[in-house]
Design a protein around this ligand. Sequence first.
Ligand code: ADP
Ligand code: MG
Length: 702
Amino acid sequence: MPRCDLLSTPLQFLKGVGPRKAADLKRASLVTVEDLLYRLPFRYEDRSHMQPIASLRPGTKAAVLGTIRSANVTVTRRRGFKIFHAIVSDGSGAIRCMWMNQAFLADILKPHLPVVIFGDVKLDSSGLHFMNPEYELVGSTEPGTGEFDGVHTARIVPFYEKTGTVTPNMQRRLVRQALDQLPPTVADVLPPELRQRLHLVPRRLAMEEAHFPPNESDVAELNAFRTQAQRRLIFEEFFLFQLGYAWRRHAASAELKPYVPKVDARIRESAARVLPFKLTPGQRHAVKEIVDDMLRPTPMNRLLQGDVGAGKTIVALLAAIVAMENGLQVAFMAPTEILAAQHYRNIARLLATSRFRVDLLTGSTPGLHKHTLLAHIERGTTHLVVGTHALVQEKVTFHKLGLVVIDEQHRFGVAQRAALREKGLHPDVLLMTATPIPRTLALTDYSELDVSKIADLPPGRRPVHTWVKPESRRDEIYQVIRDQLDTGRQAYVIYPLVEESEKIDLKSATEMADHLQTDIFPAYRVALLHGRMKQDAKDRVMHAFAGGQIHILVSTTVVEVGVDVPNASVMVVEHAERFGLSQLHQLRGRVGRGPWESHCILLYQAPWTDDARERLKTMADTHDGFVIAEKDLELRGPGDFFGTRQSGLPKLRTGDLVRDRDLMEAAHREARRLVDESGLTRELLEFVQTQWQEQFGLIEVG
Ligand code: ADP
Ligand code: MG
């Protein structure tokens, strides 16, 4: 990448950066001048307005430009504090300035020197004064002219995070020093055509003004990171980030599938025969995008997003039929055995009258049976195999694997695809998720995927009544459950299961199950489901609940993903304040799957945090998974949000994934465009191939 020499200079070469400070800076990934200049301030403060001393009012923040008239150090009697006093005057008057325990200032703020003082104006019995104000010597500038290029004062001042022993003020000084040494223009990494089209300001100017904005800048705009200079630098970083993904995607499109399916009238009929209902427009559109991908010579790498209950399974099944009709095998992976079994049952039912053989292969498939299954898969007599991730991890040999569907494990899916590729397999891959992915995430974590979205729901769905109630109103809640049970419905009671308190939560879940059975609902059957149970025990319980023999299922969050029991019409979430928004949304999706009115009751235990209140309120206000996901990201912040997904959060220096989403969108679009139009310069190509990974600190998964 073209670099200005000075930009790549290590920070040690700046004045005042000794080995200790250099090490501190390095720990914060500040190694070169460029790193320093691309670490934007987090806040700006307007200190540009000088006031005549005579006009100062107590209780305000003010800056004055004056001359030091006298200076001395006194020692307080009571505590032995040293106080440095200075009297500063301008044409209009004089004011006292005091600094506690900074006697060394006597060597800096000497009489007759012009100085800028900035801080809170205070009033005590002996008059107005500044206590511990910021100060800055003005050098040779004539006091009173107002013409002065300050660094810490007398201007709009940038604020930086503290970095080890490097104070924010020191960092400000370093930035100034670095900028002063840069030539008037520096090489630009962005192609000229792009800069022109997007009206991006020159790089050198952007660096200057993002740190030291001109005095006439709008501080509110600066603090919202909306100035041209800031946005130019943020765009640049986002663009370089997106280039890597665009490049990867481009490189993957050079891969060829061994078998390319075709679609004809016969296949369309075969698919139509399987359909038990009319597809929604969203489903139809998704099927079209997926099948179009399948007909291409390069492997599909698509993410199908759709809220819980949107009907993704049938979309995947139609894709599977296309593959199978072309003589290809399909692997259908689910994150848990429960879900795999459920998919298997549904798919087997839908394909019952077809000529395709469907099998279920999970970790708990008995050895002998497994042996037979593996043989079928290898010979190609099994056409579709449903299973857990064991499917690609274990020694399963496919005869002609054409399509892999990965449900509810998108992140994982990206790794699986890599695993497949390593085995020399290049099937079409369809990832499915009911966790709506905020735009921001779709643009970063999943940037190299193509995305289809089912935004509508099958007809007849009714929104789930959502209530937020304190734990103390439990009795009312039991009445709601009873009403539902009496009309033949079923209920979930969900307990949080967080690792730190796993034992306690398990105990309270167990006690609750007993209590509900014995004291509250003796006429109904209550059962407990939790993660520590053996697989077959779990399956038995789930099966009995799905079959209606169990009326109330007390469960830890194992029911979170994908479980489908339409007759369950009420869910109580205990300790709802402990759950994340997306998790609550997932849980709520377990009810409202049948034709009945249904209820989700979020029970919270006081005291709750503001965030918890906001989360539960959002749940009550909206059912739109995308709105909820955006809110979740906003509340948690990208770090946490990404972190819990174990994903590759890019290390960004300038931008904020949430705040600057519009720029990420532009960067995504422009990067794909540049790569697709083969517009990558040699430098940019070298950058994506060598430095990209390191610069953005991503973990390699795909
Ligand atoms: P998800 O997207 O959460 O995986 P599913 O595929 O499990 O959703 O579908 C949820 C339910 O909706 C299933 O019972 C399915 O049979 C039903 N369904 C899906 N699409 C339609 C449709 N177009 N019309 C009616 N019911 C549908
Ligand atoms: Mg599903």
